[in-house]
Structure formats: C-alpha cells, structure tokens
Design a protein around this ligand. Structure first.
Ligand code: NAG
Ligand code: NAG
Ligand code: NAG
Ligand code: NAG
Ligand code: NAG
Ligand code: NAG
Ligand code: ZN
Length: 426
C-alpha cells in the first residue's frame, strides 16, 4: 500500500464462511487488492505438481518472468499502452534481481476509482498456510510457494497477484516529458505494489477494535460447523492466530523478542478446535483473557520508532537489519509495519518500500538521490529480505523453503477469517 496524500480509513468487521472439505488447506483468497479485508477462505486440496507448461500465455521477453493480464477500461489506448509497458518494465526489473523458476501471473486493472485519492494496490491473490522450519505455520503468498517447486502442494489459484490502479491519478510514465510536482511515478508505484504481492506483508494488525487500534494479533483463523451462508450467529471454532511469511524474521527491540514468540503466547488463548457460541462471543472472551494483554503489549512496539526490525536469515549483522515502519502514531493499518521506516530510508537506496511515494520524482530520480545503488530500485536490504522469504538471487541461489502442511482441516468444516479493512490507499 502506498499513500497518496489523503488517507481515507474505513474500518468494518468482515466475516466470510466457506465450506472447506477434509484434507484441504485453509487458503485465504483476497480478490480485491484495494479491499484487503475482503478475505475468502478457499479450499485448496493437495495436488501433484503440474509439469511446466505455458500453453495459454507466452512470455514475451524471456527476461521477464511476470505475465501481465491488463484490463484497462479507460478510453485512451495510448495511456493503456503506457500502463502495460510499465508493468512489463517492472517485471523485467524484478526478474533481473530474483531468479524466478516459475512465471508469476498478474491480473491488473486500470480504471477510474471513486476517489482520486486512491493510487491503487496489489497483493497476493491466494495465501497458503505452510510449515516453517521453526515449527510455526505461516501464510505464504502463492507466487513464492510456486518457486519452491514442491512435488505436492495445495492447489494454486489461476492468478498469483492482483493489482488495481486508479486512472484518475496524474501518473507520470517513463518517456513522458519531465515529471511535474503533481505527478506520481507509475513504475515506482508498480514495483512497490508488486513487492507486497511477492510477500512484503505482515499479518500483525488490530482485527478486533474499531476506529482506534490498541492491540495487535496475526490473522485470526476460525472454523465453523455451519456450511450455510455467511452468518455472524454461526458457531465459531478457533483455529489459531497465524502469521505471514515475513513475520518469521521480525524482532522487537531493544529486547530482541520475536513477534512469533508473541504469536505463541496468543495461541495459548484456547486449544485449536475450541467452539464458541458465535464470533462475538469468541471476541468478547478473547478481550477479557490474559492473552489480550499480550496483544496490547506487542501493539505498544508498533507505535514507537525503530522498535521493530526485519533480520535477514543470512546475516546477524546490525547493519543488515531493516527497521520497519513503527513511527506512525496513531497506528495506520496498511501503512504501519508492512513498510520500511520512512524516517530512516526515504532518500536512501532503500526508498522503495517506504509507505509514501513522493510526487514529482521519477524512479530514476530516487535511485540517484539514494546514491546510485548498483542493484537499482531493489536495495540491498530489500534483496536480503526477499532472499529470506525464499526467493533465489544470484547472490543466494539456494534459498530457504517452507513445506506444505500434511494434516489440514479438523473435519468437514467452514473457515472464518476475521479482519478489519485496511486503509484505502495504496
Ligand atoms: C528483453 O529485455 C531486455 C532488458 O530490458 C532488453 O534489453 C531486450 O532487448 C528485450 N528482448 C526482447 C526480445 O524484447
Ligand atoms: C474488465 O473490467 C470490467 C469492469 O470490471 C469488466 O466488466 C470486464 O468484463 C473486464 N474485461 C475483461 C476482459 O476481463
Ligand atoms: C452470540 O451469542 C450470544 C450468547 O448466546 C448472544 O447473546 C448473541 O446475540 C449472539 N450474537 C449473534 C450475532 O448471534
Ligand atoms: C536475537 O534473537 C535471535 C533469535 O532468538 C537470536 O538468533 C539472535 O542471536 C539474537 N540477537 C541478539 C543480538 O541477541
Ligand atoms: C528527502 O529529501 C527531500 C528533498 O531534499 C527533503 O525535503 C525531505 O525532507 C527528505 N526526507 C527525509 C525523510 O529525509
Ligand atoms: C548519482 O549519480 C549522479 C550522476 O552520475 C550524480 O549526479 C549524483 O550525485 C549521484 N548521487 C549520489 C547521491 O551520489
Ligand atoms: Zn505499500
């Protein structure tokens, strides 16, 4: 998500119930990147690896491992063409840093949104629960799971990343006349958003309280025995608080505690499979439990500058850590945590993943201001982060892999994913 100028925040409790059969992973699909709280639990049965084939989509430039399906609904073919070229260029830039063995399919929209203040957004379409080497189960973006080349894996959705950009924004495209102070560089925005789609996203957020965040948990996963329509009166079966892939590497300073240790504490709230009368009974019990104090304690770190770091798997050195965005107070869902600290990294070679993109600057301007880093838009720390998640690079050709979970759903059941809407921005 990338901020334009105005933040329009819109919070609501979102519940989905979908039937999940035995032996299926509880994947979570987020079909609309501008509404990340819209989460659909989806069945993803274990399937055998398909032999590599790309009958439907031909990779046009073999240096670009991203396949773009663009739906450009504006009546301006020249601008649509610039949008398409920008996606292709972003794909080439990422493909020159990451060694991708499997093409990544992006479904992109470029259209006029209701508000001119929304730039757009992108994210993984499907998140897949995987087992990490520390014993934790975490949600992995499909783009990354595909790169693991597992013989058996949860079924993939037909698309890896969904992207949605607002044609009302005065974007600047590569090759246009010099950028003006009101224009936003489109290529930089796409690169930023694709990083979220590739897995630069934390699960930690306040999914419980309304307007003002005061506590944080990972994704709340639940099951219910009802198989009918979404229903807030249905029985709720608690199935754990689940982090995302990025969260494996997050540490709280100065104590150097992992966020995962907090997830463990939170998961002592109840045994997986504990049934509640309905979701609000669950939430009320959680709020009055000792674990809620844990959720409040960790939240405290998320609003103090430089209290949260990403430690890359390959290095213990302090200079290789990345401070994540915890300078925003009040906490801004969508901007806090899932970005690098803007006070530290704006105007440096790590500019790409700050939460706001300065207008009037092209991607090349920012690379130059950042010191002409040889890796270009993808800074050194960002590369270490992507390698830690499991993406191969020339420097680290054999990265870490997580594994699919063998025993899935408790029984024939339904999954509930509770979430608050993130800030509608980018
Ligand atoms: C593929 O992309 C590279 C890097 O941008 C470019 O140099 C090359 O000409 C492209 N090849 C084709 C066939 O378009
Ligand atoms: C493009 O998006 C519009 C608006 O959502 C939709 O009606 C149309 O079917 C889409 N076209 C394609 C080719 O997907
Ligand atoms: C949830 O259960 C409680 C306790 O039985 C009840 O008071 C409340 O009305 C229920 N909520 C819904 C939405 O059914
Ligand atoms: C921080 O904790 C991690 C994991 O518990 C450990 O590997 C690392 O050595 C610790 N670092 C410092 C500086 O204490
Ligand atoms: C980045 O550079 C611009 C222009 O020099 C300056 O106005 C701004 O304060 C800088 N931002 C930070 C966070 O250093
Ligand atoms: C990057 O290179 C350009 C042109 O070579 C130079 O003008 C600029 O000062 C360099 N940036 C930094 C921060 O060194
Ligand atoms: Zn962002």
């Amino acid at each position: 998500m990338k901020l334009l100028s105005l933040i329009s925040s819109c919070l609501f409790l979102f519940l989905t119930l979908i039937s999940i059969p035995l032996n299926s992973a509880q994947c979570i699909d987020q079909p609309d990147p501008t509404q990340p709280s819209k989460k659909l639990a989806s069945k993803c049965s274990m399937v055998k690896k398909q032999p590599m084939k790309n009958l439907h989509h031909k990779v046009q430039n073999d240096t670009n491992m991203f396949i773009i399906q663009l739906n450009c609904t504006i009546q301006d073919p020249i601008r649509c063409e610039k949008v398409k070229s920008s996606f292709e260029e972003a794909g080439r830039i990422i493909s020159s840093t990451l060694i991708l063995n499997t093409p990544i399919l992006i479904n992109a929209m470029f259209h006029s949104m209701e508000s001119p203040n929304i730039l757009g957004a992108a994210g993984p379409f499907r998140s897949i629960p995987m087992k990490d080497d520390d014993g934790f189960e975490r949600l992995y973006p499909q783009s990354l799971v595909k790169q693991f080349q597992l013989d058996v894996h949860p079924e993939f959705a037909p698309v890896d990343i969904v992207a949605d950009f607002n044609s009302l924004v005065p974007f600047w495209f590569e090759g246009d006349p010099p950028i003006t102070s009101i224009q936003t560089g489109f290529l930089e925005l796409i690169l930023h958003e694709l990083m979220h789609g590739l897995g630069f996203a934390s699960a930690w957020n306040d999914y419980i309280n309304g307007d003002v965040a005061v506590a944080a948990t990972p994704e709340i996963i639940g099951l219910t025995t009802e198989t009918t329509l979404p229903d807030s009166s249905a029985k709720f079966v608690f199935n754990g608080f689940q982090e995302r892939a990025l969260d494996k590497y997050l540490f709280l300073l100065p104590e150097n505690k992992s966020t995962s240790s907090y997830a463990s504490e939170l998961n002592k709230f109840a045994e997986f499979g504990t049934t509640y009368e309905n979701v609000s009974v669950f939430l009320n019990q959680f709020i009055t439990s000792p674990q809620y104090l844990v959720a409040k304690e960790i939240f405290g770190y998320f609003i103090i500058p430089k209290d949260l770091v990403f430690k890359p798997s390959a290095s213990d050195k302090e200079e290789d850590m990345t401070f994540l965005e915890t300078s925003l107070n009040p906490f801004q869902p969508g901007s806090s945590i899932s970005h690098v600290d803007s006070l530290t990294y704006t105007n440096t070679s790590e500019f790409l993943m700050t939460f706001s993109q300065e207008k009037g600057r092209t991607l090349n301007d920012n690379i130059r201001i950042g010191g002409n880093y040889s890796g270009g838009a993808i800074g050194y720390k960002l590369r270490l982060l992507l390698e830690s998640l499991g993406y191969a690079t020339n420097e680290n050709p054999n990265p870490y892999k997580s594994f699919p979970i063998e025993e899935y759903a408790l029984s024939s059941s339904t999954v509930v994913s509770i979430s608050y809407m993130e800030i509608l921005e980018l």
